[in-house]
Design a protein around this ligand. Sequence first.
Ligand code: SAM
Length: 475
Amino acid sequence: MRAVLYVSVLTTLAGMARFDAGAGGQRSSPVAAERTAPAVPIPYSEARPIVERLAASLPPELAARPASELESMWADWVSRRNREIRARLERGDEDSIVNLLLFGTTFTRLPRALNDSSRVGGRERTAEIVRGRTADLIAGIAAPGGNERLQFARQVVARRGIDPATPGGREQARTYFVELLARVADEVDSYAREIQTVRSKPNGPEFAVRSSLYRARGLSSDTSIRPDFAIDRALETLASMGMLAAGSVRRVAVIGPGLDFTDKAEGYDFYSPQTTQPFSVIDSSRRLGVAKTDDLRLTTFDLSPRVNVHLQAARRRASAGEPNVVVLPRNREGRWRPDLIAFWRTFGSRIGEPTTGSLSPPDGVDLRAVLIRPEVVSSIDARDLNIVLERLAPLVDEERFDLIIATNILVYYSVFEQSLALANVASMLRPGGFLLSNNVLVELPTTPVHAIGDNRVIYSDRPDDSDDIVWYRRQ
Ligand SMILES: C[S@@+](CC[C@H](N)C(=O)[O-])C[C@H]1O[C@@H](n2cnc3c(N)ncnc32)[C@H](O)[C@@H]1O
C-alpha cells in the first residue's frame, strides 16, 4: 500500500514527542503441520546466482568475504539472518501499539487522532488529544480486563521491565510511548521524504522505491480489507483474460496473512484481532470460479507467532464445529470507491453467513460481519516460515501451489532479500502458477518467475490510496 497514510498526524506529533521525550525476537511455538514437507533453508546452489548477480548490493557480512568463502558460510549466515529478521517483530509490535494509541476507540472517549489534523481542530488540539489518549491507554493497560489488545500492549510494555500497575511504572510507560511516537514519526517522515525525492525526478523509479521502502522497519502484522480487494480485482482480471482457467486453482499460499490489530487506515479496535486475507482469497477464488468449491486448500506462511497461533486456534475451534467471525468496519467518511464498497458488502458470501452479533461500532461506522463456515477454516494450514530464507521442500507436483499471494510483506526487505524470497516462491509454484504482489521485484534470469502484467486498484478518493498488483508467472 502506498506510504502516506498518517504522515500528517505523526509529523504534528513529532515535535511534541521530541519535546516531551524524557527518558527492545520471538520464535513461534511449533505450528501444527498437517503435511509432511518441512520448512528448509534456501540452499546455496540456488542462492549463488543471486549472490553473483547482486554482488554490488549484498549485505555487509557477505560483501566483506571473498566469493570462494560464501558457500561454506552460507548455512551460518542464513540461520543468523533468520534470527535477526524475526527479531524485527518486536519493533513491529511497537508500531501496532502506536496505531492503537492514535486510533483505538475501546480504551478512551477522546476522538481518534486522525490523519488530517485540521479535522480534529488543528495541531495543538491533536497534540492534546494524543497526550490524553496516551494517559487513557496507560490506564487501560494497567487494568486490561478481557481486552486482548490492551493485554498485548501490557506485554509489550512488560518486555521493557515496566509495570503499569504502579505510579512509577505508569510514568515509565508514558515516557516509553512518547519515545515510540517520536520514533514512528521520524520513520514515517523519512519514508515520505524518500518518496518525495523519487517523485521529484522525471521518470523516477517510484514503484521500485516504494517496493522496498520498509526494508529497515519493524515487522508489523497490520492488515485491512484493501489488499483483499486488490487481489480480488487481480484474480478477476486474470480470469477474464483466460489466464486463470475455471477450477484451475487448487492449492493457494498466502505469505504474511497478517493480523488486523489497529491498522493505520481505518484503525478500529472494537472487535477481536483477526486475519482476513486467507478467507478473502478463498471467497474470491470461489466466486470467480477459478477454484472448485470443495477442492481448495490454503497454506499460510508467516514468521509471526501471533499470526500463526491465531490461525491455529481458529482451526482448532473449527474442528469442534465453531465458525470464525470476520468483522469488517467501514467508516462512512472513508471516501471508499463504489467498487470497494461493493466488495465489502459481499465479502465472505461464498464461505459464510452474515451475522450481526453483539458488536456496537462507533458512530459513523458501518459494519459487515461474517461467520466463516468451519470447513473453510479447516482448509487453512498455518505454517511458520520465513519466506526470505526458507521454503517447503521437497514438494511433489501435486503439492505445488497454483497461486501465491504476497501483499505488504516483501516491502519490508532489501532487493537482495526479495530476490531470495522470489527464488523460494518459484521453488513452490507449479509451472504456469502465479505470484500476486503489490511490489515490483527485480527479475533475475536465473529465477524462473517473471512479471506478465499488473492492475491498479484505487481504494478511495484520498490521495495515493491505491495499489498496483503485479502478476508474476512461473515459467
Ligand atoms: C503488514 S502485514 C500484511 C498483511 C496482509 N498480507 C496485508 O496485505 O494486509 C505483513 C505480514 O507479513 C509477515 N511477514 C513479514 N516478514 C515475513 C517473512 N519474511 N516471512 C513470512 N512472513 C512475513 C508479518 O508477520 C505479517 O503477518
